[in-house]
Ligand binder design. Structure first.
Ligand code: MN
Length: 269
């Protein structure tokens, strides 16, 4: 069965119209990895979470607004960016519900922060003012430009998925993890010590989280980041029969062996 991957969406006014969706780069990255992307609107409230999770084999928590510091017991810093209470509530609830089910999760940028907060961690609200001397983590250059290195812990899930121990990455964040949520381990750091990757201590529920934007490298054929989406889709494929049933309830025909598309996704290793 082909893994169905939920992508958490945003609500934004574009050309004067309120719209809800995700950056196409996330959708392209999941398709490339052999999954079926399903875009999840944060406008769906909690009563629909169970319904959504019934449809999904994996989840990507995507980038975007700052998490409201109220969720980690802090008062707003003067340089706190935009927050979206509706999206916060949607994603915090969905993440907690997904953990109970054991859904594999890839969390990106705001996603790593969201997951950390959901698990009881805290955030730096504005790196330039709270951590003077830190690297430039809000790069002025293009989305797919690599501007600072990260060191990746040998033997971690992240190192295996990327097949790398050091990597230049893109960086579009002014917030970062401050104290780590229980159950998480740091697997990547920038030279200034900022946390750039975490994962779950326990193998299940499977969690990989990065502070940079791996989806922006979907045009780069040999990007190590393809391994992140490949690993998620693979784990989602393993999880799928446990809740859909071995015959793939939901109308799909059962397939034998590796789902189509999984191999090309992992060719970047
Ligand atoms: Mn960074």
């Amino acid at each position: 069965m082909i893994p169905r991957i939920g992508l958490t969406g945003v609500t934004r006014a574009v050309s004067g119209v309120d719209r809800t969706g995700v950056n196409a780069a996330y959708v392209r990255s999941v398709i490339q990895a052999g999954g079926v992307p399903l875009i999840l609107s944060p406008l769906l409230d909690e009563q629909h979470h169970a319904n959504l999770l019934d449809l999904l084999d994996g989840l990507v928590f995507t980038g975007g607004e700052d998490v409201d510091p109220a969720h980690y017991g802090a008062t707003p810093h003067p340089r706190l960016g935009d927050v979206d209470p509706v999206r916060d509530r949607f994603e915090l609830g969905l993440y907690r519900a997904s953990r109970i089910r054991g859904l594999p999760v890839l969390a990106i940028c705001r996603g790593i922060q969201l997951v950390n907060v959901a698990l009881g961690g805290t955030l730096w609200q504005d790196l330039p003012s709270e951590r003077p001397g830190a690297l430039t983590h809000l790069q002025p250059t293009g989305r797919d430009q690599r501007t600072h290195p990260v060191e990746i812990t040998a033997g971690s899930r992240l190192a295996r998925a990327l097949a790398a121990s050091r990597l230049e990455v893109n960086s579009f964040h002014h917030q970062a993890i401050r104290t780590l949520g229980p159950g998480l381990v740091v697997t990547a750091t920038a030279p200034d010590g900022e946390i750039e990757g975490v994962e779950s201590q326990d193998p299940e529920p499977w969690l990989l989280a990065v502070q940079w934007h791996p989806e922006e490298f979907h045009r780069e054929g040999s990007a190590p980041e393809r391994g992140l989406f490949g690993a998620l889709v693979q784990k989602a494929g393993e999880y799928a029969p446990s809740h859909r049933g071995p015959s793939g309830a939901g109308g799909e025909q059962p397939t034998a062996g590796t789902p189509p598309g999984t191999e090309p996704a992992r060719s970047g290793r």
